[in-house]
Design a protein around this ligand. Structure first.
Ligand code: CP
Length: 310
């Protein structure tokens, strides 16, 4: 395959190659006043977002521009989608207009896979920038890049993914990638926010954050996705914060080397105390910075170099 749609099935060698490329690109651009490489000159990349985004959309745009690609941003709300145009017709229109690669975010799980199928004959490549509750592969790759920088290696590490696992594409992509890279993954969440069958992902499930913290090398907090909880939110925000919010007392229970990650956007005061989010133990802005280099690497491997087999 020529797309990046998921981390499920992305083998460790390919993932490591992308992470190595991201690191090389980061070192290459470090301290440069003009961050511009000619690698993707003449290639056209379109971001097609049906859901809100700050980090993913902006970092893909920066990544494409730093690689000298022409980057065009399409948001569903300001496009002909608002007149009723289907995802398939929108994708074929973008391809006919010259897109070499479409980066798609969509509320429906599986949308990126459907898009890739429709665009296969056109030769247009697809990157999944988050599809419903399914996957967000570049988020998992940038999280792995950050863990490698902070911990030296991912293999053999014990990573706790904490919070709203039920609605989280970030959790799914991270479980698959972290396990492929040799980490042990713990899903730590209220019972109401663990999906049925999560035990089949190959991660252990627990509910007692305080008991788990001393054994973790990293805590990956998840955003509580109220917009996907149409039937209301249980536990309440207050109950959630008491049982799962990462405050200073809980931070002190972690080993000294352990790092705190959050994909953003974060709900300060509920998922994470502001003092923890802003502390040296948190790698949240480092994650965002790494997002640019990882997305450059993904564009490089898809459009200029080796194919990604996932
Ligand atoms: N982490 C993440 O996907 O953030 P955005 O929704 O801002 O892109």
């Amino acid at each position: 395959m020529r797309h990046l749609l998921s981390t499920e099935g992305l083998d460790a060698a390919t993932a490591s190659a992308v992470l190595d490329t991201a690191d090389t690109l980061k070192q290459t651009l470090l301290g440069r006043e003009v961050k511009k490489l000619p690698t993707l000159r003449g290639r056209t990349v379109v971001t097609l977002f049906y859901e809100n985004s700050t980090r993913t959309r902006v970092s893909f745009e920066v990544a494409g521009k730093w690689m000298s690609a022409d980057v065009i941003n399409v948001s569903a709300s300001s496009s002909s989608v608002g007149k009723g145009e289907s995802l398939r017709d929108t994708a074929l229109t973008l391809s006919a207009a010259g897109a070499d690669c479409v980066i798609v975010r969509h509320p429906a799980s599986g949308a990126a896979h459907r898009l890739a199928g429709w665009l296969e004959e056109e030769g247009t490549q697809v990157i999944n920038a988050g599809d419903g509750m399914h996957e967000h592969p570049t988020q998992a790759l940038l999280d792995a890049a950050t863990l490698r920088e902070r911990l030296g290696d991912v293999s053999g590490r014990r990573i706790g993914i904490v919070g709203d696992v039920l609605h989280s594409r970030v959790a799914r992509s991270n479980v698959h990638l972290l396990r492929s890279l040799g980490a042990e993954v713990r899903l730590i969440a209220p019972p109401t926010l663990v999906p049925t069958g999560a035990d089949r992902w190959g991660a252990e499930v627990g509910h007692d954050l305080d008991a788990e913290l001393p054994e973790l090398d990293a805590v990956m907090l998840l955003r509580v996705q109220a917009e996907r909880m149409h039937g209301g939110f249980f536990p309440s925000a207050r109950e959630y914060s008491i049982a799962y919010g990462l405050n200073e007392a809980r931070l002190a229970k972690l080993p000294e080397h352990a790092v705190v990650l959050h994909p953003g956007p974060m709900l300060r005061g509920m998922e994470i105390a502001p003092s923890v989010a802003d502390s040296d133990r948190a790698a949240i802005t480092q994650q965002v910075g790494n997002g640019v280099h990882v997305r450059m690497a993904v564009l490089y491997h898809l459009l200029a170099g080796e194919e990604i087999a996932a």
